[in-house]
Design a protein around this ligand. Structure first.
Ligand code: NAP
Length: 431
């Protein structure tokens, strides 16, 4: 083993940082053997020096400023576990890269917003490299699977359940019949959701991860701005029950696909069969499905968050750095990455679910079928659910069509005299 230790600086000792530090101290010999090099935590920084981090930090140099730690000559590898797209996380990562150091980060917001510039800085600075396995789906080795394991594939689609909080809420809504707001409150009480849940339930956290995976999968510049994002806030228990009645589950799916018009990146609630690889995922678990011309499809399932699982990914990157395994940030040299399609409309084609509430009287279904027919939408199957009041809930599964035709059909249906509530639609993903 090369006796020269790699001197590590860790910024951020919260959920992920403290877990990473714990493994580096308690399991040092095992991890160093894999790394082929001694690993020494040389410096740390957090806001509160007095907080218990679960391990003895008295022999480790403390810093007050992450940027100063990132630049310090005494460290060879900078680990950023603070979080946030900007501020000190960004400034310190830039400082470490500019100083020619490898950087490991779990920060998906930073990568999604500034990944292009950071990757360029890493590539242009001798000694620098950027590693971010923990930024996508926590403990699931999705980045390595895509960038290394599937390097020979023409990737056609990446999709996944990329936010455990949302999947927990959707799972609970289905099993208890409770409304979104009540389940969110319970998730907050259990510590599965933040006090401000916007990043999770609004889809932004998952969209960050999708943008990162899409960049690697399709060899293109990271393009978070063009991810279409819809969260789960407006999912009703009626839709969860109606989907279940016809054999589907609602899941917040991230999906990036190669289409004739370019790469689509969409993060939104979809219906997927209960027994499918993504439909069968319950609770806080994450799943990533990768499809390519050579492999067909492969699915990775596991914990998408938490100290241990996320530290697992950080440690893998540390081992990579120690081994000298530093591939281009997004798998291809920056200058060879494809530029995003910029403003190009990418059609959304597939089967759709429609839920309609109609007055319960003869002839109304025919009016709905006519409204759909006028927009060229054909019905694959139709289901009227049990009801007690005068409004009959009807769900329709369409044949493959364009989302724009669905939107126009909804306007027509909403204008029918028999319509008692605005129609709801969602994309169906069969696999
Ligand atoms: N938590 C997860 O399960 C998970 C999963 C995947 C990825 N990630 C990513 O991992 C990163 C860290 O997440 P986390 O959950 O571990 O966050 P966290 O528990 O909130 O920890 C943040 C740490 O950063 C420190 N910090 C904040 N501002 C600082 C500043 N200005 N100077 C120095 N230190 C500062 C805090 O210090 P104090 O402790 O003194 O307050 C704390 O130790 C984020 O990018 C997150 O998106 C997290």
């Amino acid at each position: 083993m090369n006796k020269e230790p790699i001197r590590i600086g860790i910024a951020g000792l919260g959920t992920v940082g403290a877990a990473t530090l714990g493994f580096l101290i308690n399991e040092n010999a095992r991890i160093a053997a894999r790394a082929g090099r001694a690993l020494q935590v040389d410096a740390i920084v957090a806001r509160d020096r007095t907080k218990d981090r679960g391990v003895d930090t008295s022999d480790i140099r403390w810093f007050d400023d992450p940027v100063a730690l990132a630049k310090d000559d005494g460290i060879d590898l900078y680990i950023e576990l603070i979080g946030g797209a900007d501020g000190v996380a960004k400034a310190s990562v830039e400082a470490a890269l500019a100083a020619g150091k490898p950087v490991v980060t779990a920060n998906k917001a930073l990568l999604a917003h500034h990944g292009a510039a950071l990757a360029k800085l890493a590539e242009e600075t001798p000694g620098a490299s950027l590693h971010y396995e923990a930024a996508v789906a926590g403990g699931i080795p999705a980045v390595k699977a895509l960038r290394e394991g599937l390097a020979g594939n023409g990737v056609t689609r990446v999709s996944g359940i990329l936010n455990g909080t949302c999947n927990y809420i959707l799972t609970e809504m289905e099993s208890t019949g409770a409304a979104f707001g009540d389940v969110l409150l319970e998730a907050q009480n259990l510590g599965y959701a933040e006090a401000d849940p916007t990043a999770d339930v609004g889809g932004f956290d998952a969209a960050h991860k999708l943008a990162i995976m899409a960049a690697i999968a399709f060899g293109r510049q990271i393009d978070f701005a063009s991810v279409e994002i819809e969260g789960i806030e407006s999912i009703s228990s009626e839709d969860i029950a109606a989907a279940k009645d016809i054999g589907y589950r609602i899941r917040l799916l991230g999906m990036a696909e190669r289409t004739p018009e370019g790469v689509s990146q969409r993060l939104r609630p979809c219906l997927t069969p209960i027994a499918s690889p993504l439909g069968s995922i319950e609770g806080v678990t994450n799943a990533v499905m990768l499809e390519g011309d050579a492999i067909g499809a492969t699915v990775l399932v596991g914990p998408g968050a938490g100290g241990g699982p996320t530290a697992s990914a950080v440690l893998a990157d540390i081992v990579d750095v120690a081994r000298g395994n530093t591939p281009p940030t997004f798998g291809i040299a920056c200058n060879d990455l494809i530029q995003p399609e910029n403003g190009k409309t990418i059609r959304d084609i597939g089967a759709f679910y429609l839920r309609i509430a109609l007055e319960d009287r003869p002839g109304t279904l025919a009016e709905v079928a006519a409204a759909l027919g006028q927009e060229g939408v054909s019905i694959h199957r139709m289901h009227q659910h049990d009801h007690t009041g005068n409004a009959a809930p009807v769900t329709i599964v369409t044949h493959i069509c364009d989302l724009s035709a669905i939107e126009r059909s909804k306007t027509r249906i909403a204008a029918l005299p028999a319509s008692v509530a605005p129609p709801v639609s969602m994309r169906i993903v069969e696999s």
